[in-house]
Ligand binder design. Structure first.
Ligand code: FES
Ligand SMILES: [Fe+2]
Length: 400
């Protein structure tokens, strides 16, 4: 067995302690746009259900249940895209992007109850997002597209890991582990956590040795995190010494109660001082420079993210953590996550939970300018208590 596999081994008793009890609501990335070519059908598990994504002849991405409502064949096993429809391999029924049966394989009238469940989707910035709501409601907020003019095309990587999506999302505000797990130093405290409906923003700074470019000096970096729910996280990373502005994305999507499709992606905006990285880099064309830096950034990012896997895979749940000074704003983060947890729907209806309305943001709000990040609007103390009520429901799937 390889070292990587050994590291992710867990005992079944441990696994059950950290199982996902209810699939969260929100927008989750199913795939990168370029993975779904015109005419292609992708087979995926999403929130414990079998679904497919297909791209029609006109280029529309459609996500539907995997099983044909006629007699249950799986579209990804012999099905094909025909024009703006998906054709079932079993009896040739075709379904359009709204889920209507447009024809049977026999030229007879489509039965009115042959309706294919279509999932709500959004596609922008090279990603395809799918809305999931445990109680089947349509989306009441959206993830805004980022301005991507001048940014490089995404390069990306994905893993299937055993983890709970609440843990993986919490990682971004868990300041305490940055030094112990990732080796970051001089982490400035995250005292400007902003929570606004499904939007979370936070900034912090840190320094580290080496990093993507194996520098001898310690590299100072500023981060601005923008999370929309549990499934979408964009981090703008600015390294002043190199004049390097990049975006690092993390997309965690629950496959089932034990596993997550963990995707990462990197995009580069500019490298103003390439000679500070290496003298030779100043001599090469900017496009090539960006490619080299992007490749190095993704490699380093893969290393960083995978350092958490063994912890996530083997940890248990601690409902009321024994927090200390130096921990991140864990209680505030956990309260924020309740709006995505169907077990708290009752509480949400009564009013104490966060509003689901989402303000729009533009690129000026998420861009990091040299030396100045978004000022704090709401300060959260790590000493706030976190109380969790008893779970009361289990999840079902959303329907458009
Ligand atoms: S099962 Fe799909 S057409 Fe019959
Ligand atoms: Fe981490």
């Amino acid at each position: 067995m390889s070292g990587a596999k050994q590291k992710l081994m867990i005992h079944s008793s441990q696994r059950s302690k950290n199982r996902l009890e209810a699939f969260p609501s929100g927008w989750f990335v199913l795939c990168f746009s370029e993975e779904l070519e015109r005419g292609a059908i992708l087979k995926r598990q999403f929130m414990g259900q079998d679904i497919v994504a297909f791209r029609t002849a006109s280029g529309q991405a459609v996500v539907s249940d995997a099983f044909c409502p006629h007699m249950g064949a799986h579209f990804a096993h012999g099905g094909r895209v025909e024009g703006e429809t998906i054709r079932c391999p079993f009896h040739g029924f075709c379904f359009d992007a709204q889920g209507s049966c447009t024809k049977t394989g026999y030229g007879t009238k489509p039965p009115p109850n042959a309706r294919l469940r279509i999932w709500e989707t959004e596609e922008f910035n090279g990603i395809l997002l799918v809305w999931h709501h445990a109680n089947g409601r349509r989306s009441d907020w959206k993830v805004p597209a980022l301005e991507d003019h001048g940014w490089s095309k995404l390069s990306y990587y994905s893993w299937k890991i055993r983890a709970n999506p609440y843990d993986t999302a919490e990682n971004a505000v868990d300041i305490g582990h940055f030094a112990t797990v990732h080796g970051y130093q001089d982490v400035s405290s995250m005292n400007d956590l902003n929570l606004d409906g499904p939007l979370l923003t936070a900034t912090y700074g840190m320094s580290r040795d080496g990093g993507a470019f194996r520098q001898k000096n310690r590299i100072k970096t500023k981060f601005k995190i923008t999370k929309w729910g549990l499934g979408y996280s964009a981090v703008e990373v600015y390294v002043e010494e190199f004049g390097l502005l990049s975006r690092h994305f993390v997309f965690g999507t629950a496959i089932n109660q034990d596993e997550i499709d963990m995707k990462i992606a990197v995009s580069i905006f500019k490298i103003a001082h390439p000679s500070a990285i290496h003298p030779l880099l100043a001599l090469i064309p900017h496009q090539l420079l960006r490619k080299i830096v992007q490749r190095a950034s993704l490699k380093a990012y893969k290393t960083d993210v995978s350092q958490d896997f063994e912890i996530w895979t083997n940890k248990t749940k601690i409902e009321n953590p024994a927090l200390a000074k130096g921990d991140g704003p864990i209680p505030a983060f956990r309260r924020w996550t309740k709006q995505f947890d169907p077990r708290f729907e009752v509480e949400k209806k009564k009013g104490p939970c966060l509003s689901p309305s989402a303000p729009g943001i533009d690129s000026s709000q998420v861009a990091i300018s040299q030396g100045s990040l978004t000022p704090p609007e709401q300060q959260i103390s790590a000493s706030e208590d976190y109380q969790r009520p008893a779970p009361n429901t289990s999840a079902t799937s959303t329907r458009r």
